[in-house]
Design a protein around this ligand. Structure first.
Ligand code: MN
Length: 343
């Protein structure tokens, strides 16, 4: 708690703040960066000089959804030579910030706000929370300080939560997650618009890309691992962007009997971006970590520079242990106990 108070104080007294999020940003990364900037701004006392708050994200191409999130927000412009404070959001390690890790490291005071179990506590002050998303964490932190949050901020928070949890179906969902959602819906914000924007708004290109991915679907380890891949040609043929690949890996985990779903996407530099999903109790974060990546228990990813076949071999070995730890279980009675049966 002491360190938390220190962080709030630091934010309060800093005149120049850099907020940095991760490369290949997702909605939670961008929403948490923008929400944090707005919360700090909205809670500055009237008589103090406005703070300079700049957001940095090592990315050039933004898809449609990400573009909407950062609309009207200036990105990647250094308005000061030296910042008083750098805050990373949604970054599990320094390297996740890409080229802006230097900016972070060269700032004297640093705060790391994140929710990845694999977080490396790389800042002076580390606030790593067991929340569904970084957005949920930021909301709870702000609430703990009785900070004001506009409806626009709440929309960003809500968006971070629903996208990081695949519409509340995966990840670290706690009673707090639902409390935050209840708070936000209670403010009369039309969340249906946000739900549709994120979940019923895929491009046609993405639908065709999904078709290609499903075409590549194979099964391994006694059908307990679903494996899909996308090549650079697939993306080019479908005129699809990286954003269009997000969520495709979920189709593998939706299959009965599949415990781990894998999607390998070949990048421009010929390395692979590999997304993992696990059924509950499968720690894919651990698997991703052993491959040089990280993430959450059931949602994780890593990058791999090398041949696909080699990556598959290594990954299979890493998965084997996790699969052996969890024997196949047949869940028969979810809704009733046989003993309680009342015919
Ligand atoms: Mn996140």
């Amino acid at each position: 708690m002491k360190s938390l108070q220190k962080c709030f104080l630091q934010i309060k007294k800093s005149k120049n703040i850099a907020i940095i999020t991760h490369t290949v940003p997702d909605a939670d990364a961008l929403c948490s960066a923008v929400a944090l900037k707005k919360i700090i701004r909205q809670n500055q006392s009237d008589n103090s000089q406005p703070k300079q708050i700049d957001i940095f994200v090592d990315a050039e191409d933004f898809g449609e959804k990400n573009t909407a999130i950062v609309k009207g927000i200036e990105l990647n412009t250094k308005h000061c030579e030296q910042y008083d404070l750098a805050i990373s959001v949604d970054c599990s390690s320094l390297s996740r910030m890409g080229k802006y890790s230097e900016l972070f490291q060269s700032t004297e005071n640093t705060i790391n706000i994140d929710h990845h179990v694999t977080n490396e506590n790389f800042a002076k002050n580390n606030i790593v929370l067991k929340t569904s998303s970084t957005c949920e964490g930021i909301y709870l932190l702000a609430k703990s300080q009785n900070a004001q949050m506009s409806d626009d901020v709440c929309k960003l928070i809500y968006s971070g939560i629903i996208t990081d949890t695949n519409n509340l179906t995966q990840g670290t969902i706690t009673i707090n997650t639902h409390k935050v959602i209840t708070d936000i819906i209670g403010r009369n914000i039309n969340v249906e618009i946000l739900n549709e924007f994120f979940f019923k708004n895929n491009t046609k290109n993405k639908a065709f890309l999904l078709k290609q991915a499903l075409d590549s679907l194979t099964f391994m380890s006694g059908d307990r691992i679903a494996f899909m891949k996308l090549t650079k040609q697939d993306l080019a043929e479908c005129n699809a962007t990286f954003e269009d690949t997000l969520g495709i890996v979920n189709h593998g985990i939706e299959i009965k009997g599949v415990d781990i779903s894998v999607l390998a996407i070949k990048q421009e530099d010929n390395s692979y971006y590999v997304s993992l999903r696990g059924k509950s109790n499968f720690n894919v974060a651990q698997i991703a970590k052993s491959m040089g990546g990280g993430g959450h228990e059931t949602v994780a990813a890593f990058q791999y520079a090398g041949l696909l076949a080699d990556m598959k071999d290594q990954l299979l070995k890493a998965c084997k242990e996790e699969l052996n730890n969890h024997p196949v279980e047949d869940i028969k009675n979810i809704f009733y106990n046989e003993e309680d049966e009342d015919n």
